[in-house]
Write a protein that binds this ligand. Sequence first.
Ligand code: NDP
Ligand code: MG
Length: 384
Amino acid sequence: MAASPRSITILGATGSIGVSTLDVLRHMEPEAFTIEALTGASNIPLLAQQAKACHARLAVTADEARYHDLRDALSGTDIEVAAGRQAVIEAASRPVDVTMAAIVGIAGLAPTLAAVRHGGTIALANKECLVCAGSLFMRECETHGVTLLPVDSEHNAIYQVLAGQRREAVQSIILTASGGPFRTWGRERMANVTAQTAADHPNWSMGLKISIDSASMFNKALEMIEAQHLFTLTPEQVEVIVHPQSIVHSMVRYCDGSVLAQLGPADMRIPIAYALAWPDRMELPADRLDFTALSRLDFEAPDEARFPAIMLARRALAEGGASGAVLNGAKEAALDGFIEGRIGFLDMADRVELAMESLAGLPEPQTLSEVEALDRQARTIARG
Ligand code: NDP
Ligand code: MG
């Protein structure tokens, strides 16, 4: 007897991860899944096109003002339409087997928490859920029996190499970082870069914000905190190594001296396919690694003087409490400032440090509204 189709919701369907998720689903048997809801924000034409192509039951834009645009784009179909922040949360609350959480930034936290509360599987791309609300998020996942599968390539790699191993045997995890487009640049040269230059990632094709975060290494900073919560690690157990080729996606050091790694091409469809097919694996026509064509794999220590984001993450790991939410909120505000041309590339880390110093020692937020209040405070300080 054929298995019944799995129902899937994609939060952030119109983004880089959302588009890749729909691409991976095209490589599955059409009868293997149904799409319950797709959510987006500003890109109405793409959202409407996606909803029609995959026969979604519901399409939601987070932007209330775009309701009529979406309704008009989907007229003549039986796809339900809704708009606004609350509508995204309601869409996420509809019970499904799998939710792909791929909204960017803390905007993804409330909808993803809503999805967690109906149980099922959460494929988590939105690392901010763990950075801002790590304990709260993990506790909710446990309470509701959620299977949490990391989509972030490094965490997905670690998840894969932890399978079947005893957690107590883990000495540390080693997150790899490409180093971004400014890996070899001095600070003087970085001072005047534009958002467009910073977004030009050498290996990965990603959304604008995460691409710039990769250039500043704030993406790695977020990933260090993400890993701490996801895999229950002490600060000392979180290592970072720069690996410019982005072939080794991360590693785990075991107590006997063994290091296990997951390797693959830099293609986000691979961790997405892992999460969607888990605990099975699916056929995916991604590139195959050709080891004879790889001339070398390089590794170097991150330079915390040129990339202070790593130092700030270490401080947040050690401090715990509210520091993850503060780091992220300040980073998001500083990043907006950089994208809008109000502050320089190097100012971002200074703004985050200022917010972390101003709000040091605050306790860990226990509720969504506490997280959101901290986020607002951190943003206000970072905006200056
Ligand atoms: P994108 O910017 O490409 O897409 C973000 C998605 O969120 C879009 O669908 C966007 O809608 C939607 N969105 C934006 N603002 C809001 C809001 N306020 N409320 C609801 N929805 C909103 O991001 P990515 O796909 O690059 O990243 C998504 C998440 O995955 C991030 O947390 C990122 O850190 C993480 N991630 C991404 C990777 C990648 O390769 N891209 C790799 C690892 C992790 P619209 O476009 O219609 O405005
Ligand atoms: Mg990553």
